[in-house]
Design a protein around this ligand. Structure first.
Ligand code: APR
Length: 176
């Protein structure tokens, strides 16, 4: 069974197999962790995202709809791959937000498994610009990761990377 850990810090400095980006459906970058990852990765990452977006132009709600994920190289980042996933925007919880958020974690881990990756780090998807309440998002994230890891064989390490103390304390409490 893979080890699940939580740390506080900046996801862009981690030398893991993959870090996950909280992207938007255009895959063309943005603020928050998306901005930090693209800044640290350099233009090659955006170029690769642009190609993927062009190939997925016809996807409804796409190129990368909420709940879906795509994998790219990492440009100048110290990690090997970036998995871009798009979290749901919080609209009060009645529009399937929890299922979409869970899908972000599940699909990201399945992409990592397919690429034979051993270590993956997640930011707190949707809890910034997209307004998902942190406590609800943390519970969904941990449950989705635990459930998905039951079905994977190669992933040995999953990190939740909290940028702020509140999220860090939340995850520590929930992970026990
Ligand atoms: N390392 C780790 N976590 C970070 C970093 C970083 N360098 N920078 C920000 N975060 C954290 C935020 O503090 C928040 O807890 O990532 C979490 C997700 O927040 P956002 O980046 O705002 O992502 P999200 O809420 O999913 O909104 C996505 O924001 O940046 C745009 O293009 C993006 O439109 C998309 C939307």
């Amino acid at each position: 069974m893979a080890q699940i850990e939580v740390i506080q810090g900046d996801i862009t400095v981690l030398q893991l197999d993959a870090i996950v980006n909280a992207a938007n459906s255009s895959l063309m970058g943005g603020g928050g962790v998306d901005g930090a990852i693209h800044r640290a990765a350099g233009p090659a990452l955006l170029e690769e995202c642009r190609k993927i977006a062009a190939a997925r132009r016809g996807v409804p709600g796409g190129p990368c709809p909420a709940g879906d994920a795509v994998i790219t190289g990492a440009g100048n980042l110290p990690c090997r791959y970036v998995i871009h996933t798009v979290g749901p925007v919080w609209h009060g919880g009645g529009s399937g937000e929890s299922e979409l958020l869970a899908s972000c974690y599940k699909k990201s881990l399945l992409l990592a498994e397919e690429a034979a990756l051993k270590s993956v780090a997640f930011p707190n998807i949707s809890t910034g610009v997209y307004g998902y309440p942190r406590d609800k998002a943390a519970a969904v994230a941990i449950a989705a990761v635990r459930e998905t890891l039951q079905g994977t064989r190669g992933i040995g390490r999953v990190l939740f990377v909290c940028f702020d103390r509140e999220n860090y304390r939340l995850y520590r409490k929930l992970l026990g």
